[in-house]
Design a protein around this ligand. Structure first.
Ligand SMILES: Nc1ncnc2c1ncn2[C@@H]1O[C@H](COP(=O)(O)OP(=O)(O)OP(=O)(O)O)[C@@H](O)[C@H]1O
Ligand SMILES: [Mg+2]
Length: 218
């Protein structure tokens, strides 16, 4: 099982602007891959496409044998909810829900909120948010909101974790805590991790770095 991208291209707008060109890659289950490259090189766009949240203009993406472009929407939503965790540059926390409720959102979608509750609390504890689980997102700092979003992505112990600069707004101590928990998920649960990062130290700890230059793998 793997994530396989074949000849992916992406162009946006009129007239079309080319963002990705001829991307071919295979990421095996259990790998920890860093996506690197300069600002504007196409990292986030590629991550969205690999994670089924955006479609390529050309080419195909297969995840665990499923061609994402050929899956019916309900099947795709189910696959996403069960198997994928996401951490994106904007956190998309629900402002009316408390910290613990936000973290448990993927579990609620899978009707497993009771079973996942203790793990959600332990993640928040490890992220230093143990005493803030009943706060609303606006009552948390930017870095705390980011850790909340990461706990939410991990709560289902997903098969695949897609993360865009997960340590972007964290100080180095909290960045290290987050990276250790992501590494643990990779080691202990076999979660395949695909992570955009600007941090050379974090990129160096991945099994492999995929570097983008102007929308191509270099
Ligand atoms: N919806 C859009 N319409 C037009 N251009 C876009 C759109 N989204 C992204 N782009 C352009 O595509 C290129 C790649 O964007 P992308 O967000 O993938 O870069 P990135 O490598 O993630 O950069 P950063 O490190 O700054 O997050 C950029 O030049 C960006 O301006
Ligand atoms: Mg980006």
């Amino acid at each position: 099982m793997a994530i396989v991208a074949k000849k992916i291209g992406k162009a946006i707008g009129t007239p079309p602007v080319r963002i990705l060109t001829d991307i071919n890659l295979k990421i095996d289950d259990g790998e920890f891959v860093a996506l690197t490259g300069r600002s504007g090189s196409g990292k986030s766009t590629l991550l969205y496409i690999l994670s089924s949240l955006d479609s390529p203009s050309e080419g195909s993406v297969e995840v665990a044998g499923h061609d994402l472009g050929k899956m019916a929407d309900p099947e795709l939503y189910k696959f996403r909810n069960e198997k994928m965790g996401f951490v994106f540059q904007f956190h998309y926390l629900i402002s009316e829900l408390t910290a613990i409720e936000n973290v448990l959102l993927p579990a609620v979608k899978n009707r497993r909120q009771i079973e996942r509750r203790a793990y959600a609390e332990s993640l928040l504890e490890q992220f230093g948010l143990g005493d803030k689980i009943h706060r609303l997102p606006r009552q948390l700092s930017g870095g705390e909101q980011q850790r909340l979003a990461i706990a939410r992505a991990l709560v289902m112990q997903p098969k695949y974790l897609f993360a865009d600069e997960p340590t972007g707004s964290l100080d180095s101590a909290n960045g290290d805590i987050v990276m250790n928990i992501i590494r643990d998920a990779n080691k202990n649960f076999g979660t395949t991790v695909i992570m955009v990062t600007h941090d050379p130290d974090f990129a160096a700890t991945a099994n492999r770095a995929i570097n983008l230059v102007d929308g191509r793998i270099s």
